[in-house]
Write a protein that binds this ligand. Structure first.
Ligand code: HEM
Length: 513
């Protein structure tokens, strides 16, 4: 039975939680500045000065409400919102001299991304292996990351420069690169597909800060109060921030235990995964052109079958044969689907990126009980909510040049600054990659024939060649699915790290003393 929201949900400490986590910093341009602490005393002084300008969730929400008002009254002035957030790797916490760090529960965070890279499928040799990353490479001693956001380069670069001046020689800057929304295709990642469409709704009350707004995510689906908007489940906030109720694996709606990180000051903090992912766009396009010609299907449809959505954002689950731009404009319809009506993956291949990364109500584990298909689906769907992430990425690099387009080979670096938030790196970010995306036999309901997620999936074997089942169209009829081999990775890791994002009071009372 759906949880009655009037019974109450966690009160979110909006002034404590950094702003990118639950809502997202407003941004069209973002600087990622990675650093190593070289003078602990001076660095702590810097943190004390930085704390008051950290952009909190309260601040970004206030701005969201302003933006909504501006949309209703477009003649008003548009504000140039800037944002600053900071986070630390495990070795950064050690460098700060914080006690009891062994009590931090998440072993993957303690190990760090380069040590976990092979386990999530990255190559162990060559340019995409952690020894060769641009940032966060093995043994680099990366301590933290400052993110500065805003509407454009000049505004963000000015703010970033003043923050670095404030830091002085307390730190050594290891990396400073910008991400930016695409000039001619805003809101779309570099392969051309609309991004930022599906996010979990987040439970929690905010009335103490904004009396006119009871919940962080209101219920917009009148027929199902366990959903935020149609097709988008409401998830308890402990999945994304420490100190709040998490999910119950056996029940979509019931609050689970309060999620703790292992040390009291982790409350209102969370983990951030940052991955600098290079995208080989001309190679991806060439592959689509060649394979679609061979199979005799439309190139756009083949691409949509690999992603699970058309470039417009319209999902194959609703529009299996051709794009539906009208649907794409209906924000509330873009997620209004489940996979139960598509049990043989005729509409959307099991391995399509969005079906692998969020299987919704697909049967994701086989129980021994002799229960009905519907019961298996609802058990799986409840369990799947314990593996959700909040994605806050932004593209980097310029669009494909004419020369690259003609040659079919990448010569200019571009891709996605992937950022996700979760309270368990092991059970959320890594779980999705290991158990779903990179496992060709997932979901079990595909009878072992799904193959790899063709966008993101990785084959850690020597050749890295991956299998993708579902290139040819079997909707509404057709007997065989087509297994094709994907010759190489279209997405390559080139850097990143696992970070802890402290609350504003932990920054002042714990990290800077
Ligand atoms: C360059 C790399 C990537 C590209 C090009 C990419 C592209 C996309 C696109 C186009 C969508 C559909 C739009 C949306 O729902 O926002 C999407 C959804 C998603 N992606 Fe990725 N992605 C990438 C990396 C990742 C990584 C590293 C993960 C980590 C696990 C991930 C997890 C997800 C999830 C969970 C969804 C939402 C699925 C849903 O709820 O329907 N993606 N991605």
């Amino acid at each position: 039975m759906a949880y009655d929201r009037n019974k109450g949900e966690d009160n979110l400490a909006l002034d404590q939680i950094q702003g990118d986590v639950l809502v997202g910093l407003q941004k069209d341009y973002q600087r990622f500045i990675a650093f190593q602490i070289i003078d602990r005393v001076r660095f702590k002084q810097f943190l004390r000065n930085l704390a008051p300008i950290i952009t909190t969730t309260q601040k970004v929400l206030e701005r969201e409400f302003t933006i909504q008002l501006l949309k209703k009254n477009p003649n008003k002035e548009v504000f140039l919102f800037t944002g600053v957030n900071i986070s630390f790797t495990f070795s950064g916490l050690v460098e700060l001299g914080l006690p009891n760090l062994g009590k931090i529960k998440d072993a993957s965070f303690r190990a760090g991304l380069p040590a976990r890279s092979a386990a999530i499928g990255d190559p162990t040799i060559g340019p995409a292996s952690p020894a060769n990353w641009i940032i966060g490479k093995s043994g680099q001693n990366l301590h933290g990351l400052i993110m500065v956001t805003g509407p454009n380069g000049p505004v963000v670069n000015d703010l970033a420069a003043s923050i670095l001046a404030l830091a002085g020689n307390s730190l050594n800057k290891l990396y400073n690169e910008a991400g930016l929304t695409r000039r001619h295709d805003r809101g779309h990642e570099h392969f051309g597909y609309k991004d930022g469409v599906s996010q979990p709704g987040i439970r929690g009350e905010i009335g103490g800060f904004f009396p006119k707004h009871k919940f962080l995510t209101p219920s917009l689906n009148g027929s199902d109060p366990s959903q935020a908007s149609p097709g988008s489940a409401l998830v308890w906030p402990g999945e994304f921030v420490f100190g709040y109720h998490g999910q119950t694996p056996s029940n979509m709606d019931a609050p689970g235990p309060v999620v703790e990180g292992g040390i009291p000051w982790m409350k209102d903090g969370t983990y951030m995964v940052f991955r600098r992912l290079k995208q080989l766009v001309p190679e991806f396009n060439r592959f689509l052109a060649e394979l679609s010609a061979k199979l005799g299907i439309d190139e756009q449809l083949l691409g949509a079958r690999m992603v699970g959505r058309w470039k417009s954002g319209a999902p194959l689950a609703i529009a299996p044969i051709q794009d539906n731009p009208l649907l794409a404009r209906e924000e509330l319809s873009l997620n209004d689907f489940k996979f139960a009506p598509d049990p043989s993956a005729r509409r959307c291949p099991f391995a399509a990126h969005i079906r692998k990364a969020n299987p919704r109500d697909d049967i994701t584990f086989v129980t021994n009980n002799k229960i009905t298909d519907g019961e298996q689906r609802s058990q799986s769907e409840a369990d799947n909510q314990t593996h959700r992430i909040l994605r806050r990425g932004i593209p980097f690099g310029e669009d494909v040049s004419r020369e690259e387009q003609i040659g079919g080979i990448t010569t200019i670096d571009r891709g996605l600054m992937f950022v996700s938030y979760q309270t368990s790196i092991e059970n959320q970010f890594e779980f999705i990659l290991q158990k779903w995306v990179n496992d060709p036999a997932f979901p079990p309901s595909s009878e072992g024939r799904a193959g790899h997620d063709p966008i993101l999936g990785q084959n850690s074997g020597a050749t890295r060649a991956r299998k993708f089942n579902g290139a040819a169209v079997t909707y509404p009829i057709g007997s065989n699915q087509t297994i094709v081999t994907l010759p190489s990775d279209f997405v390559q890791a080139t850097g990143g790290g696992y970070f802890f994002v402290p609350s504003t009071s932990a920054l002042v009372d714990v990290f800077s003393v």
